[in-house]
Design a protein around this ligand. Structure first.
Ligand code: TYC
Length: 119
């Protein structure tokens, strides 16, 4: 049975000329620049029904806040209508929102959270 020969190791093509050693026209290679991932903030919204204590526990459980910080964020949301709970990659932020909504739904509270791209 025929096997596929390994690809020969080659040095990368020179960037400047558009012609390689064999005379073929080659595409010039772009320097690769890896962008940092776009970040997303999880924003929690105020409502009139969710108990303050529930919000404080959610902020501790899902956002890793200590009790004092969680209380400050909760009071900020209560007074301002919304507040940032944390900033994450898109996947992680979406998971946090799902966790908050599931916990709120299970407890019978209308608490809402959303993600927003940062910048
Ligand atoms: N406003 C609620 C109350 O008075 C408390 C609350 C705070 C609700 C923050 C939601 O995201 C929230 N019980």
């Amino acid at each position: 049975m025929a096997t596929i020969p390994p690809r020969p190791l080659r040095s990368p093509p020179a960037a400047a000329p558009g012609v390689d050693e064999g005379g073929s026209v080659v595409a010039e290679r772009q320097a690769q620049r890896v962008q940092p991932p776009r970040m997303h903030q999880v924003v929690m919204l105020n409502d009139d029904y969710t108990p303050m204590e529930f919000v404080v526990v959610v902020l501790q459980e899902f956002f890793g806040k200590d009790r004092e910080t969680a209380t400050q964020i909760m009071l900020h949301i209560h007074l301002d209508g919304r507040g940032v709970c944390g900033i994450y990659t898109h996947d992680v932020a979406s998971t946090k929102v799902e966790q908050v909504l599931a916990a709120a739904h299970q407890a019978g509270h209308p608490l809402q959270a959303i993600t927003e791209p940062v910048e």
